[in-house]
Design a protein around this ligand. Structure first.
Ligand SMILES: CC(C)(COP(=O)(O)OP(=O)(O)OC[C@H]1O[C@@H](n2cnc3c(N)ncnc32)[C@H](O)[C@@H]1OP(=O)(O)O)[C@@H](O)C(=O)NCCC(=O)NCCS
Length: 102
């Protein structure tokens, strides 16, 4: 599943809201049996939440993501992202190149 985009209004940033949204989103996905969560976002922020670059694990994004490391994945189970890889597709609402540019 893709969990993005995520944004917190500037006045409310830095108070843990982004982290709470991320953890809650991942818990809801885990409860639905989802094993991998993907997103395109600032690597510096998401690395601290357990995400790693997804291309290194063989997963390609629906549209090009720049920088490449911003396309990230995190396993929701104890296992690693897995050796299978593959093309990740997104929901129709996000299926336009302009939604994948910063
Ligand atoms: C990224 C974002 C969602 C974080 O939300 P937030 O509520 O401010 O996040 P939190 O309060 O949980 O975490 C704040 C911490 O993350 C760090 N952080 C915020 N943005 C960061 C970034 N782009 N890169 C690295 N670290 C970042 C802050 O410095 C802070 O660090 P600290 O805890 O050591 O002080 C928010 O800054 C935002 O909406 N940014 C604009 C939209 C965006 O870039 N979204 C991500 C792409 S989908």
């Amino acid at each position: 599943m893709i969990l993005a985009p995520l944004a917190v209004i500037p006045d409310a940033q830095g108070r843990g809201v982004g982290g709470l949204l991320l953890r809650t989103g991942m818990r809801l996905l885990r409860d639905r049996g989802i094993r991998l969560v993907f997103l395109a976002g600032h690597p510096g922020y998401y690395l601290r939440h357990g995400f790693v670059p997804a291309r290194a694990h063989g997963f390609t994004p629906p549209f090009p993501v720049t920088p490449e490391e911003a396309w990230m994945v995190r396993p929701l189970e104890a296992d690693a992202p897995g050796g299978t890889g593959g093309d990740v597709r997104c929901a129709d609402a996000m299926n336009k190149a302009e939604h994948w540019r910063e």
